[in-house]
Design a protein around this ligand. Structure first.
Ligand SMILES: C[S@@+](CC[C@H](N)C(=O)[O-])C[C@H]1O[C@@H](n2cnc3c(N)ncnc32)[C@H](O)[C@@H]1O
Length: 309
């Protein structure tokens, strides 16, 4: 059948005119069309099939639902036919009630989207949100980083080093555990991170040349050092002029079991202690603040300290 005949056939039924007119505002599912027109599902589906066949309507699947909308990519003929259909629909007795029902359905749709967020307002940051994670946020923030050279001291298996390596020019991950270094290096290789180099060594005497890195990170590592002040002096030594040190560690706490449970040498640090060591090492523009507090006892707090060479 020619497209002209298909168009004429599509326009020959008032129900199809009603459907075309309803789809002028927005795409609609079969259920929604059913609710608006108060017609049965099979009737609606038959008409939609015919409209699709004529090239006036197209569909898209969204999970188990199918949405229908007017064809917009067609030639001028399609637009003209749709305009005529809309005009014809407005002359039908059902048109006013169709439009009222359509408005109601579209309003309900909008409300449904807002209901969830209204319900969780005030605790949204703490509830689960699909796809929302600190890891994803970290990737976003990493994009802001320039291509710098980083030393991650007490790097562990390289959780942070790996993230950084995806963006930085080079990351040197230092750890004194032979096993951890071997594991981290193998993982970096598996992940094709050629710019991430693991080196075995002590964070108080890192095996890194003087003035070769832009950023030194000590994440939950400083409390393992025998002499934290010495580690910060070493950080100063390996930093280029203008480079930054960043420390994430626990605020001073009284959870004694941390010695046995996590092998911690220090029970966190007072902000004043960190400040003094950073100053003694030669750092300027020192900033220290608590950035996180755990909800579970013993309510560990995380301190972020930074300084510039
Ligand atoms: C709590 S983990 C932190 C790992 C990593 N920075 C992170 O935030 O996920 C501490 C790491 O420091 C390492 N470490 C402990 N004492 C060290 C030292 N004196 N020199 C170098 N690494 C040390 C441990 O082997 C361990 O991998």
């Amino acid at each position: 059948m020619s497209s002209t005949l298909k168009f004429l056939r599509a326009l020959s039924d008032p129900t199809r005119l009603r459907i075309i007119s309803l789809l002028e505002k927005d795409e609609l599912s079969v259920n929604e069309l059913q609710e608006i027109t108060r017609m049965g599902q099979s009737r609606i589906s038959t008409h939609l099939g015919l409209l699709q066949d004529s090239g006036l309507v197209q569909s898209r699947r969204d999970g188990k639902r199918t949405f229908y909308k007017l064809e917009t990519a067609g030639n001028g003929g399609t637009a003209e036919v749709l305009r005529l259909a809309g005009k014809g629909a407005r002359e039908l007795a059902e048109h006013p009630s169709d439009q009222i029902n359509l408005k109601r359905i579209l309003h309900r749709r909008l409300e449904q989207a807002q209901v969830y967020f209204n319900q969780v307002a005030g605790r949204f940051d703490r509830v689960y949100g699909p796809g929302r994670s600190w890891q994803a946020f970290a990737h976003l923030l990493l994009r802001i980083l320039p291509p710098i050279v980083v030393a991650d001291l007490g790097a562990g298996e390289g959780l942070l080093s790996e993230l950084l390596a995806r963006r930085c020019k080079k990351v040197i991950a230092v750890d004194n555990s032979e096993k951890i270094v071997a594991f981290g290096a193998a993982k970096a290789k598996k992940n094709h991170l050629k710019n991430l180099e693991f080196r075995q060594g002590d964070l108080q005497t890192p095996p890194i040349e003087n003035e070769t890195v832009d950023l030194v990170i000590l994440s939950q590592a400083l409390h393992h050092a025998e002499e934290p002040g010495k580690a910060l002096s070493a950080a100063f030594r390996i930093l280029k002029p203008g480079g930054q040190v960043m420390i994430l560690d626990l605020a001073r706490h009284t959870f004694e079991q941390a010695h046995q449970l996590y092998g911690d040498r220090w029970l966190g640090f007072a902000e004043s202690e960190l400040h003094e060591w950073l100053e003694q090492a030669g750092f300027k523009k020192i900033e220290i603040s608590v950035v996180a507090r755990e909800e579970q006892p013993p309510h560990f707090e995380t301190v972020l300290a930074s300084g510039q060479k």
